[in-house]
Design a binder for this molecule. Sequence first.
Ligand code: F6R
Length: 242
Amino acid sequence: MEVVILPGNRQIGKLAADAVEALLRRKPNAVLGLATGSSPLPVYDELAVRHERDGLDFSAAHAFALDEYVGLVPGHPESYREVIGREFTSRVNILPENVHTPDGSAADIPAECRAYEDRMRAVGGVDLQILGVGTDGHIGFNEPGSSLASRTRIKTLIEQTRRDNARFFTSLADVPHHVVTQGLGTILEARHVVLIATGAQKAPAVRDFVEGPVSAVCPASVLQFHPHASILVDEAAASSLK
Ligand code: F6R
C-alpha cells in the first residue's frame, strides 16, 4: 500500500487521472471500477477535461460501478446508475452499453449479483478501481463487520450511512435501506486500487485502515493485502497518521 499525501483535490484528481490515462493509452479496452460520492469527483472532472482537451479515448473501455441502491425506480435521479452517468460517463465517450451498474430493481437480487460478477469476469476483470472511504472505514457499501472475502451481494445500510446519504434525498425516510455492493473479495481482485480520502473527517478512518490491524471492523483495512493499492489523501485526511 502506498500513501501519497497531496495538497488538495486538484492534485489528487490529476494524479488519479494520470493513472487512468496511462492505463487507457496502454490498454484502450481497459475496465474501470467507479465509485460514487464526493471523493472521486475531482478525478472525473479531470478525466472529462482530458477527454475534451486531449481526446483521451474511452470508446473501447468498460466501467463497473461499485454499488447501487435496492428499490429505487429505474431512472431515479439518485440511483447510482444516474449519478455515475451525470458525474462521469456522459462526459466522456464511453459507450452507454459498456457502463455497468448492479440492477437494484431486479426481481431476483442474488441472481443479479452473480450475473454482475460474471459480467466483470467476461471482460477480464477490473484493471483500475477508484474508491472512496466512509468515516467508519467502509468501501463500497461494505460496512463494518463485512466479510473480508465477500462477493457482490445485498446489504442493509447502517443508520449512520443512511443519515450521511440523506443529503441527496428529500428526507431520511426516502433513503433506501438496502443496497447491492461489490464485496471486499471482489474489490481485492481489481489489478490496481486507487482510494481517495480528503478532509479531516476522514482522518480516523485513514489512520485505522492504513496503520491499524486488518479487521472486518474497518473494511478498508483489507487493502493492506492488495499488491497495488494507492491511497491518495490530502493533509487533513493524513493528519492522524503516525
Ligand atoms: C460510493 C461508495 C462509498 C463512498 C464512501 C465515501 O459508491 O461506494 O463507499 O465511496 O461512502 O463517500 P464520499 O466520497 O461521499 O465521502
